[in-house]
Ligand binder design. Sequence first.
Ligand SMILES: [Zn+2]
Length: 201
Amino acid sequence: MKFFQPAYTDDCWLGKATEYTVREGYDWLRSSSPSVSWWRLCWNSMNIPKSSFIYWVFMLKRLLTKDRLVRMGGGTDVTCDLCQTANESHEHLFFDCYFSNRCSILLQQKLGFQINPSALIDWNRRGRRKSILMRRVTTACYVQLVYMIWQERNRARIHSQVTHPVAVVRQVIKAVHTRFQMRNKSKLTKEEEAWIMQMTR
Ligand SMILES: [Zn+2]
């Protein structure tokens, strides 16, 4: 219950003489939490659940990248296994690294529009010209891409193998498209239908 510790003053809940109630606790927690505008990206119905979890950790910048590992005393090698030309950090891996940057560019070509992957929340908020469905599929693709980059990073580290960015993006699209076919219940507009078709070509 350490979440609630700051709400206790002199051993009293919110400094009052009354007892703590679940309702008050919930309201306090909600109002004191930072606005987590990215939860929509994480729990979008088009996301593959295991990717959502990695994306959540990614948004918290808690993936155990080599720079963090070294700071925690868990090694000395910080070289990025995907490009071998820079140190591995959260910022490098997403999306300064040549490998991840290439994947992002190829994904944008498939989607048919430009997105700054580091500003996906803003894009989702401002991208009103795209339908809800198109925004959901697009953000699911990026959530899946983050998951895939993290998988590729682990594969490179353990097996010294890296999948070609073209194949990574193909897998991203395939995974999201399968999920889309399973989850989408609404009738597509002509524009949406054409967009999905060109993306999966
Ligand atoms: Zn790199």
